[in-house]
Write a protein that binds this ligand. Structure first.
Ligand code: SF4
Length: 146
């Protein structure tokens, strides 16, 4: 059934090495939209083993691979999910059409402290200032977790 590698490994247009410059929002004034917490907090496994990036993706448009072929950790913490998360943090929702047309989950969220911690843990702290600016946060606030 050709389940081979995760979608990103098959050449998704999203999967590429992103620099901080790549991730600067093109229209910072339009982008107070928060990163969708679904990408961090609600992995969804479809009946056929496909790991979906979120519960809104019933068609598998932004699925990241199949658990019959890959470990959960390799997919959920892999490059495709990392790129989705970086694009959300940078406010570049339009680069993921599914997310652009969705609007995101709003009954729970990723706090700024969680975003900062995730960026630090994943070696992308250079994006923190991009996020702080576009969300209108005070960079002098304490965003430490816990
Ligand atoms: S914005 Fe919508 S489609 Fe994108 S991850 Fe969130 S719930 Fe899913």
């Amino acid at each position: 059934m050709g389940r081979g590698r995760p979608k990103g490994a098959r050449g998704s247009s999203l999967l590429r090495v992103l620099s901080a410059r790549d991730l600067e929002p093109e229209r910072p004034e339009q982008s107070r939209r928060m990163p969708c917490p679904g990408l961090w907090k609600t992995p969804v496994i479809r009946w056929d083993g496909e790991l979906m990036a979120c519960c809104a993706d019933v068609d598998g448009e932004i699925s990241v691979g199949n658990l019959a072929d890959h470990d959960f950790e390799d997919l959920w913490f892999g490059p495709q999910m990392t790129e989705y998360r970086l694009l959300h943090i940078a406010g570049r929702f339009e680069e993921i059409p599914k997310c652009w047309s969705c609007g995101g989950i709003n009954f729970y969220k990723m706090s700024p402290a969680e975003i900062r911690q995730w960026l630090e843990d994943n070696g992308h702290l250079e994006l923190w200032s991009v996020y702080v600016e576009r969300m209108g946060l005070d960079p002098n606030d304490d965003f430490s977790c816990g």
